[in-house]
Design a protein around this ligand. Structure first.
Ligand SMILES: [Zn+2]
Length: 113
């Protein structure tokens, strides 16, 4: 096991990164609560800006709903865990890296039609 030093420790939207405890259940209650707080803080930030991005707010709402439905944190396509670090950096992630790549390739191909 190696401990990677990425930008960890940086607060996102005023919320400190989640410190998981060893053996903790993925997207258990404490983790779900953290992302609800993070998304809520982000939403407040967006809404208090001069020109709130309605689409972004909608996406944040959708993610918050997914937490409630216990569907947040897994790839929409293959069901793989997105992982805590990916979600900290991209809280609106819905696809894992592999599926995202495939989706983007598809989009390009479809876009040509
Ligand atoms: Zn996937």
């Amino acid at each position: 096991m190696t401990t990677e030093k990425t930008g960890a420790g940086q607060a996102m939207h005023g919320v400190e990164p989640y410190q998981e405890t060893r053996g903790e259940e993925y997207m258990g209650a404490p983790m779900a609560k953290h992302f609800t707080t993070l998304l809520g803080a982000w939403k407040q930030e967006v809404m208090s800006s001069a020109a709130p991005d309605a689409k972004l707010i909608e996406k944040i709402d959708k993610s918050m709903q997914k937490i409630k439905d216990e569907e947040y944190g897994w790839c929409d396509s293959c069901g793989l865990e997105l992982g805590l670090r990916q979600l900290e950096e991209h809280p609106l992630s819905e696809l894992c890296f592999d599926c995202k790549e495939i989706a983007e390739k598809k989009e390009k191909t479809v876009g040509k039609g």
